[in-house]
Ligand binder design. Structure first.
Ligand SMILES: Nc1nc2c(c(=O)[nH]1)N[C@H]1C(S)=C(S)[C@@H](COP(=O)(O)O)O[C@H]1N2
Ligand SMILES: [Mo]
Length: 408
C-alpha cells in the first residue's frame, strides 16, 4: 500500500489542487503545521499493520482496509449478499476530526438550527422526533470511490470499491420540518447543511469546514436521521443527527449536522466551491464545474475473488442507480464480449437502495474476467471506461470494476 501523508487523508478533497503536491508536501513546513492543527494522527509506517482509530474501534477490523485514522473502506469480499451493510463493516470517511463522542451521550438534546425558512428555529432531536418519521434505505458512497483505478494518480484516498454501503436510515423527512416552520423563504434554491465539528483555530474556517449545499429538489427525499440500521446513529457515522440526501454522494450527507439553511446561493466553503467538482486532469476546482450531487448508475462484483474451483460458480455483486431505480444488471465472464442478465437477490428496498445480484455460471478451469453492468429504469447504463477527471470522482466504468479470477 502506498504511504500517504496525513494531509492527503484529511482535507484534500477540498484542498490543495496541485497534482504534484505529494512531492511538494514533503518537507513543507506550512503543510505540516496544517496537519497538526487539524489533529490527525500520523500514519503507521508502511510495514506496520494499521489499527482502527479509537472512534471506530467497534468496527470489524478484518472487513476493512484502514487507509488512515479518518479513512477506512470495506473489503470487496466483506460486503456480503444482503441488502443492508452491517454497521461494523461500513466505510468511514472524515474530513475533520470528529466531535467528541460525548455528543451522543444525550442524543435527544442535540440542537439543530434551521434558517432560511419563514419561522427560523432551533430544534432539539427530541422535538424533531415528534415532527414526523420515515425509514429509507439508501446507498452511502464517497465521491472518490473507485479513485484507485485512475491511471493519472488522482490525489486523495485510494479507494477501490469499498467506500460505499447500503444503509437503513430513520429520521424525520426534512419536508415535514420545513413545512412546520412555514416553508422556505422566497428565492431559496439550495439546502445548506453544516457539520458539527469544532474547527481548529489558526486556519480559515471556510477552507476546512464541512458545509454542503444541495439543490432544493433534494427536499423531496432528504431526511434528518437519528437511527442507522435500527440502532441509534453511531457517533462514527454522524450521531446524534445526520442530514441524509438519498441517492447523493456521501459528502452531501452531513454528519453531526448543526445547521440547515435555505439559501439563494451555494455556500462559499471550500468543500463546496472548489472541492468535489468534476474537471479535467490538471484543472483546479471552481464553482462553475459540476458538483458531486446525484450519484450515477454503478455496480461491481463481490464474489468470486482471486482463485477458486472450476464448475458451477455463483457470481455475486451489488448494483444501484443513485436516485433512479434499477432495471437490470448483466454479468460477463469473458471480459465484456458477452453478457447475461443476473437475478436480483433479496427484497427491493426502493430506488435509493442497492440491489445485490447473482448469476450462476458454469466456468472451466483457467482465468476469467468477470464484470457487471447495471442499467437504470431510464436506460442509463454503466460505460465501459472512465471519465478521466482530476480528483478521480464518480467512476462507474464496468471494465475497471471487474475482477480476474483463476479457477483450477
Ligand atoms: N460533518 C461531516 N460530515 C461528513 C463528512 C465529514 O468529514 N464531516 N465527510 C463526508 C464524506 S466525504 C463522506 S464520503 C461521508 C462518509 O460517511 P461515513 O463516515 O458515515 O461512512 O460523510 C460525509 N459527511
Ligand atoms: Mo467522501
Amino acid at each position: 500500500m502506498k504511504q500517504e501523508t496525513s494531509l492527503e487523508q484529511g482535507p484534500d478533497d477540498q484542498g490543495l489542487e496541485n497534482p504534484n503536491r505529494r512531492k511538494l508536501l514533503i518537507g513543507s513546513a506550512g503543510a505540516m503545521a496544517a496537519v497538526s492543527l487539524l489533529g490527525f494522527t500520523p500514519l503507521a509506517k508502511a510495514d506496520e499493520p494499521k489499527t482502527l482509530p479509537d472512534y471506530a474501534a467497534w468496527k470489524e477490523r478484518n472487513a476493512l482496509i484502514v487507509h488512515s485514522t479518518n479513512t477506512m473502506e470495506t473489503q470487496r469480499g466483506a460486503i456480503g449478499n444482503g441488502v443492508i451493510t452491517a454497521s461494523d463493516r461500513l466505510f468511514v470517511r472524515n474530513n475533520l476530526p470528529a466531535p467528541p463522542a460525548s455528543v451522543t451521550e444525550n442524543p435527544d438534546a442535540w440542537e439543530l438550527h434551521i434558517e432560511g425558512v419563514r419561522n427560523p428555529r432551533t430544534l432539539t432531536v427530541r422535538e424533531l422526533k415528534n415532527m414526523g418519521v420515515t425509514t429509507v434505505a439508501s446507498v452511502l458512497q464517497c465521491s472518490g470511490n473507485g479513485r484507485a483505478f485512475f491511471p493519472h494518480g488522482a490525489s486523495g484516498t485510494q479507494w477501490s470499491v469499498g467506500a460505499a454501503g447500503c444503509v437503513m436510515w430513520t429520521g424525520v423527512p426534512l419536508k415535514d420540518v420545513v413545512e412546520a416552520l412555514g416553508g422556505p423563504v422566497e428565492g431559496a434554491r439550495y439546502i445548506t447543511s453544516t457539520g458539527g465539528e469544532s474547527l481548529p483555530e489558526g486556519l480559515d474556517p471556510k477552507t476546512i469546514m464541512v458545509e454542503r449545499s444541495v439543490p432544493t429538489r433534494a427536499m423531496e427525499s432528504a431526511l434528518l436521521a437519528w437511527e442507522m440500521n435500527d440502532e441509534p446513529l453511531p457517533h462514527t457515522h454522524g450521531g446524534p443527527l445526520r442530514m441524509v440526501v438519498p441517492g447523493y454522494y456521501g459528502v452531501n450527507n452531513v454528519k453531526y449536522v448543526k445547521n440547515i439553511a435555505f439559501t439563494r446561493e451555494q455556500t462559499d466553503a471550500k468543500i463546496q466551491a472548489s472541492g468535489y467538482r468534476i474537471r479535467d486532469v490538471g484543472v483546479k476546482g471552481a464553482p462553475d464545474q459540476p458538483s458531486m450531487w446525484e450519484m450515477n448508475v454503478k455496480s461491481w462484483i463481490t464474489a468470486p475473488l482471486g482463485s477458486g474451483r472450476s464448475g458451477r460458480n455463483m457470481i455475486y455483486g451489488v448494483a444501484f442507480g443513485g436516485t433512479t431505480a434499477l432495471e437490470k444488471v448483466e454479468v460477463s465472464v469473458d471480459g465484456g464480449k458477452t453478457w447475461k442478465q443476473a437475478r436480483f437477490l433479496g427484497p427491493d428496498l426502493g430506488p435509493y437502495a442497492w440491489r445485490p445480484f447473482v448469476l450462476s455460471a458454469d466456468l472451466p478451469a483457467g482465468q476469467h474476467q468477470i464484470a457487471s453492468r447495471a442499467t437504470d429504469v431510464l436506460g442509463n447504463s454503466q460505460p465501459e471506461g472512465r471519465t478521466e477527471n482530476e480528483r478521480g470522482y464518480g467512476h462507474n466504468g464496468w471494465s475497471d470494476h471487474g475482477v480476474t479470477v483463476t479457477l483450477s
